[in-house]
Design a protein. Structure first.
Length: 460
């Protein structure tokens, strides 16, 4: 009897792994495996490949499989289907083979669904943090953010219903992806019966900014969206507050938000009271963080314009210039955040730029494709960044645009710059690809004008 079992195990493993080590088993192959490999043996190990956000143990728990249970390819098909049905994955495949202990070694290969959105409860008898904690404890795939797929929205809605039922609250729940600001979204869960949508928004108390400007700004994200005061106030902060801060009104407040049934359409009209407060003046500008010793250089790069009344639009533009400057100095992962201290007595604002440069990347080597020997030599003479120099992020595209503009080549067609960034060594190699027509250099030689220098930054 032992001999027969060993033969069956070898046969089942051969069918299950017929695509070869490390390769996915196509769905059609998996089906034939299910027909041919019905013998059950223990699962000795389960591995997961392809996860980026989820942990392997999350995927294994959601599959429903456990080490030691007896299974065959039909069991594995069911586990794969459960994972696909969850909505958390774009694709799920598996492969299996005999283990050295007499059972199966099973491997799932997955591609997670993206993008992911934060969740928020609206109009439900519970707070979002409490629901998120419950979900983490009861759903192995929930990690705080979810894909916007309908299966995940439906799955999470049912789980939130269970959470509410655990608190003796029986409320049908529905989920949808909703906008909370320009280019910002969330997975919002509300009563299934729905919430009234925003129809019209009006303002009172505003003097510095006209009604039409305020209405246009809020209308871009609010009209037609389900209304709750909490979500609407988020939109006021993301859309209206920046308008006032660009004019120095840093203490603008919205003390009253009133929604009434709209007489014209199905929905609510929202009326917002505005308290503008006083304008604040520009105070000191300070660099904080690991690059504060380079403050003079960074502030020259930021080029903050002189202003009496503080304008945070201009402050944010200066932060973007500083970030771009970091990238031109090889800090490809660099970020710049802005903080502030408000002096209400003096009505002034101290602004802090906080650069986080990350590692500095250096230029490695240049590869030129699609030119003859003369053309390739000309490009290398024109290239203005030496190996070992800090790598300017935009230089390859700038270089190609200058080559075209200066007309160094006859019949120059399409060009492309590819960067190979080594995250471990922090070295960037560049490949410049030219059209296959082998354009010829003009009589004007590259040495006539010298190398094309990168974008100049203010000196330290």
């Amino acid at each position: 009897m032992t001999r027969i079992c060993l033969v069956l195990l070898a046969f089942a493993g051969a069918v299950g792994a017929q695509s070869g080590p490390g390769k996915l088993v196509p769905a059609t192959t998996q089906k034939s495996a299910a027909l041919s490999s019905t013998a059950e043996f223990p699962i000795d190990s389960i591995a997961v490949e392809g996860t980026r956000i989820l942990k392997p143990e999350n995927v294994i728990a959601a599959s429903g499989l456990k080490i030691g249970e007896r299974a065959n390819s039909v069991t594995f098909d069911g586990a794969r289907d459960r994972l696909l049905k969850s909505g958390y994955f774009q694709t799920v495949s598996y492969r299996f083979k005999p283990s050295g202990r007499g059972g199966y070694e099973l491997t799932f290969e997955v591609a997670e669904a993206e993008p992911l959105f934060p969740i928020r409860l609206e109009g439900l008898p519970a707070q979002t943090p409490d629901a998120a904690l419950w979900l983490k404890q009861h759903d192995p795939l929930f990690q705080g953010r979810i894909p916007g797929t309908q299966p995940v929205l439906d799955r999470t809605s049912r789980e939130i219903e269970e959470f509410l039922a655990s608190r003796n609250k029986k409320v049908p729940v529905a989920g949808k992806v909703a906008v909370i600001a320009a280019e910002r979204y969330e997975a919002r869960f509300t009563p299934a019966a729905g919430l009234p949508n925003v129809a019209v928004v009006t303002f009172e108390g505003n003097k510095a900014i006209r009604d039409t400007e305020l209405s246009n700004a809020i209308g871009a994200v609010a009209f037609g969206q389900p209304f709750t005061e909490e979500s609407f106030r988020l939109l006021l902060d993301s859309q209206i507050r920046p308008l006032y801060e660009s004019k120095g009104y840093l203490r603008v407040a919205f003390p009253k938000v009133v929604a009434t049934p709209s007489p014209n359409v199905k929905g609510v009209d929202v009326h917002v009271a505005v308290t503008e407060g006083e304008q604040y003046k520009m105070g000191s500008i300070i660099i904080r963080g690991p690059m504060q010793n380079n403050s003079k250089h960074l502030l020259r790069v930021a080029a903050v314009p002189k202003m009496t009344i503080i304008d945070f639009d201009k402050i944010n533009e200066a932060a973007q210039r500083m970030k771009n400057g970091l990238k031109q100095e090889g800090y490809l992962d660099g970020e710049v955040t802005v903080d502030r201290t408000i002096d209400d007595a003096k009505k002034t604002v101290t602004v802090y730029f906080i650069p986080a440069p990350g590692p500095q990347y250096m230029f490695g080597k240049l590869d030129v494709v699609g030119l003859g020997l003369d053309g390739e030599a000309a490009i290398h003479k024109l290239w203005g960044v030496k190996s070992g120099d800090p790598f300017p992020a935009d230089y390859p595209d700038y270089f190609l645009s200058e080559v075209k503009k200066e007309g160094y080549f006859e019949n120059l067609g399409d060009t492309k710059a590819d960067r190979h960034v080594d995250e471990d060594t922090h070295v960037v190699d560049v490949k410049l690809t030219f059209n296959t027509g082998l354009p010829q250099p003009k009589k004007r030689k590259p040495e006539d004008s010298g190398p094309i220098v990168p974008y100049d930054l203010p000196p330290y």
